[in-house]
Design a protein around this ligand. Structure first.
Ligand code: NAD
Length: 792
């Protein structure tokens, strides 16, 4: 080719990154001895190894020790042994260790990048400019949190030994997201990298040795799903932090139910990339390249669903196709490569299978016309058009370079389409009109929204999902919470609730000492229970003092529908919600004597104690009314030219199963913070003393609470808790009940991965000051990070 031809073609020449250092590191290591336990290198107790293949060639790269149960046992023991000293070390000491890790990684930055690209197949441009610098930033950022911990998180303790299980798509970055906050918090860790990509984790363990991480604080166990499961099920592990598929996330949710282990799940996604007609189309095309073809589309938050406004759809798709034709698919070590191989042959088969099925279901799948390398797990970038919302390519996470396209007409339709997924990890919104973008962002059910951008991450900004994308956040203040615990003022172990008296009898009205039968409260109205049964409410001496409706599955369904349909409450201004909560407090205070008398009659409490419970309930309502417009988000200023708005959003439909002890105060202490943050409530009050809640109906009716904002279903608490746990339209469940009921609620919550909070089978001291603070406020919100870039 002469100069003129070269100039005309504007083609890239090869620009390979040298791999000799990385090859020398691999060759020089005894990879059969790669379990890092208690600061020592070990072979697997079983002597087993597994093969690590190079995705760009399919050739054997290394044989790595394969951790089994005995190795998990040893690693957890090492982490437990190291915990007391590490947890008791000063924040400054831990900060210095984190800082030393970050600095040591910086010194080996290029080696990390090359090993990562060889092992995972991602283009060197990405590992060099994104994965590795972000991983380093995570350690340096969290050094600061370690030192600030006592001041910023008073009354918190390290969660303990953390079992961390990560996927193969960002091997080093996911490791950093897990290990940095855990070490900052004073936890020790046992981390299992994914079986396809263990190499940078092994290199990281070497860095820990050099950076002076005390022995046993970080333990690294390459291995497969069996080792992962052994970590999850080990009783010596206090917290599980998992990143991976929603399928395995659900298995882990079930396995940890009732064990008291803290859990965070960062799972899959099917994120929308929304292009409005006033968007800068060329920028949007570049954003899309990053959104779906970054890391071959093997990205949890990949913008894999393109939603484009109808008027510009044809022009935009034409631009996308032109751009796709210029993408360079090839060696991950070539600095000009845009798309490398997929991680493994199984992943390649999966992507091929999903595209074939998508086409069978009517999608038109287009690929640019260029040849792929002859070996390795390469797959052409693929654009699917004519995709119906039910098509497998619109619903399933492909985890490959495949973009499904749909069109929309109005903003409302765009939001509806975007939210038509069981996931909720991320979304991108493209419009030159900031009003439109910031109007859409809060309505998108996703943990992260990028305005005119995509795939922006930073250690200071939380990342994590809604719905089946999991729960918990990584990064930022909210991420730190995941590695910390707060002691609760636990009381007695709760015994399973007995039968409801006369539950098989048709309801009686009037007569004897029974003054009336309380109904349920659904959609702002008092409603008869579907069963038409009621049960006797007994006082301390066993005499019937009233009756309450025996709610069932159908009543819960109605209550959840009413809560879901109530838009007035979540959309109300915080000021407005605060006013309504003040009204509730005011109206309760007018009837304080009556409520105190009811408490005395039912629970046998002294007049003084009953009055104190009522007064504190009013004080709590007042307090949370005041917090409704104060427990707000933050603005982050990440290194990118962007501001990140960390917005506090309600969890959604929040179900509350309230306690028997302190039946008024417990009920109010749970529902007031939940309502203050804009959640709509389905509450199951104390089974034993439901009348304290049913007496509230008139207070609620007199206080301008919109219909459906609070719904109350009385009855058998454990049974109703079970129905709520299984209900896929309930977003969160807080439950005070016996251990078995709490365990079942956690295990049954996997349908939609709702956020479940329990007091682990104990009563709580509801008078504790802790419950006037932000303990429940923090659990009543999701943090959504909206990235808004600025500049040209
Ligand atoms: P995966 O769930 O198959 O595996 C993830 C990890 O879990 C691996 O280390 C694996 O060995 C381990 N594992 C598998 N079965 C297990 C079990 N029963 N018990 C314990 N551990 C087990 O996922 P993957 O294919 O490696 O990764 C792709 C998935 O990860 C995608 O769904 C992607 O969206 C998700 N992901 C999410 C995020 C996020 O932050 N939300 C980030 C990256 C990847």
């Amino acid at each position: 080719m002469n100069i003129l031809e070269r100039y005309t073609a504007m083609d890239y020449g090869p620009a390979p990154e040298a791999r000799n250092e990385a090859d020398a590191w691999i060759a020089g290591r005894d990879l059969g001895k790669t379990l890092f336990i208690g600061g020592q290198w070990h072979a697997a107790a079983s002597g087993k190894t597994f093969d690590v293949l190079e995705p760009s060639s399919g050739k054997l790269l290394a044989k790595v020790a394969d951790a089994g149960d005995a190795d998990v046992e040893a690693a957890v023991a090492a982490a437990r042994k190291a915990l007391p000293k590490w947890a008791a070390s000063s924040g400054y000491q831990r900060a210095k260790v984190l800082y030393a890790i970050g600095r040591a990684m910086q010194r080996h930055q290029r080696l990390f990048a090359v090993v990562e690209s060889i092992d995972n197949g991602k283009p060197i441009r990405e590992s060099r400019d994104i994965d590795v610098p972000l991983a380093i930033r995570h350690f340096l950022h969290h050094a600061g949190w370690a030192q600030a911990l006592d001041r910023e998180f008073p009354d918190h303790k390290p969660a303990g030994v953390v079992g961390q299980i990560i996927p193969w798509n960002f091997p080093l970055l996911m490791l950093a997201w897990k290990i940095a906050p855990a070490l900052a918090a004073g936890c020790t860790v046992v981390l299992k990298p994914a079986e396809f990509t263990p190499l940078t984790a092994i290199l990281f363990a070497e860095i820990c040795e050099r950076a002076g991480v005390p022995k046993g604080v970080v333990n690294i166990l390459p291995g497969g799903p069996g080792a992962g499961a052994a970590i999850v099920n080990h009783p010596g592990v206090d917290k599980i932090a998992f990143t991976g598929s929603s399928e395995v996330g659900k298995i882990i949710r079930k396995a940890t139910a009732g064990t008291g282990k803290k859990l965070s799940l960062e799972l899959g996604g099917k994120s929308a990339f929304i292009v409005f007609e006033d968007a800068d189309l060329d920028s949007a095309v570049e954003g899309l390249v990053d959104g779906i073809w970054f890391n071959q589309g093997q990205v949890c938050c990949a913008g894999s669903r393109l939603l484009v406004q109808e008027g510009i759809a044809d022009a935009f798709i034409a631009k996308v196709k032109t751009r796709m034709s210029r993408l360079r698919v090839g060696s991950p070590l070539d600095k000009n490569t845009d798309i490398g191989p997929l991680v493994d042959a199984t992943q390649l088969d999966r992507v091929r299978g999903l595209v074939a099925e998508g086409a069978r279901q009517g999608a038109e799948c287009w690929q640019p016309d260029f040849a792929l390398p002859s070996s390795g797990y390469f797959y052409l970038p693929t654009l699917a058009t004519g995709v119906s919302p039910a098509n497998i390519l619109a619903q399933e996470e492909v985890f490959g370079p495949v973009l499904a396209t749909m069109t929309f007409r109005t903003t409302e339709e765009a939001i509806e389409l975007a939210n038509n997924t069981r996931y909720g990890l991320a979304a991108s919104v493209w419009s030159e009109n900031l009003n439109i973008a910031l109007h859409a962002a809060p309505q998108l059910k996703a943990g992260v929204v990028w305005v005119n951008g995509t795939n922006m991450f930073d250690a200071a900004c939380g990342f994590g999902g809604y719905r089946e994308s999991g729960f918990g956040r990584e990064g930022g203040r909210e991420g730190m919470n995941e590695s910390l615990t707060e002691a609760l003022p636990l009381g007695l172990v709760i015994r399973p609730a007995g039968a409801t008296p006369r539950d098989a009898e048709p309801a009686e009205t009037g007569g004897g000492s029974i003054d009336r039968t309380a109904k349920l409260f659904i959609g702002g109205k008092q409603a008869r229970p579907d069963s038409n049964y009621s049960y006797a409410v007994l006082d301390k001496k066993g005499r019937a003092v009233g009756e309450a409706g025996l709610g069932n599955r159908k009543d819960i369904r109605d209550a959840v529908s009413a809560a879901r349909a109530c838009k007035a409450w979540p959309e109300a201004t915080a000021y407005n919600r605060s006013q309504v909560l003040y009204f509730l407090a005011e109206n309760l205070s007018i009837r304080a004597d009556e409520f105190a008398a009811r408490l005395v009659a039912l629970t046998g409490a002294s007049g003084k104690a009953a009055r104190a419970e009522v007064d504190l309930s009013i004080e709590r309502l007042f307090g949370f009314a005041g917090m409704a417009d104060k427990f707000e988000g933050r603005v982050h200023q990440p290194p990118a030219r962007a501001v990140t708005l960390a917005l506090h959003e309600p969890v959604g439909v929040l179900a509350v199963v309230a306690p028997d002890d302190a039946p008024l105060l417990g009920f109010i202490s749970l529902i007031a913070p939940a309502m203050a943050m804009g959640n709509t409530i389905v509450a199951v009050p104390s089974q034993k003393y439901p009348l304290l809640a049913t007496d509230l109906y008139q207070v609620i009716e007199a206080s301008d609470v919109p219909p459906g904002a609070i719904n109350i279903v009385t009855g058998k608490a454990a049974e109703l808790a079970g129905v709520l746990a299984k209900h896929d339209d309930v977003d969160g469940l807080w439950i005070i009940a016996d251990t078995e009921t709490c365990k079942a609620a956690e295990a049954d919550s996997i349908g939609n991965l709702k956020r479940v909070w329990t007091a682990k089978g104990h009563t709580l001291d509801w008078h504790a000051e802790q419950f006037s603070g932000d303990y429940f406020l923090r659990r009543a919100i999701e943090v959504k990070n909206v990235w808004v870039p600025y500049g040209d």
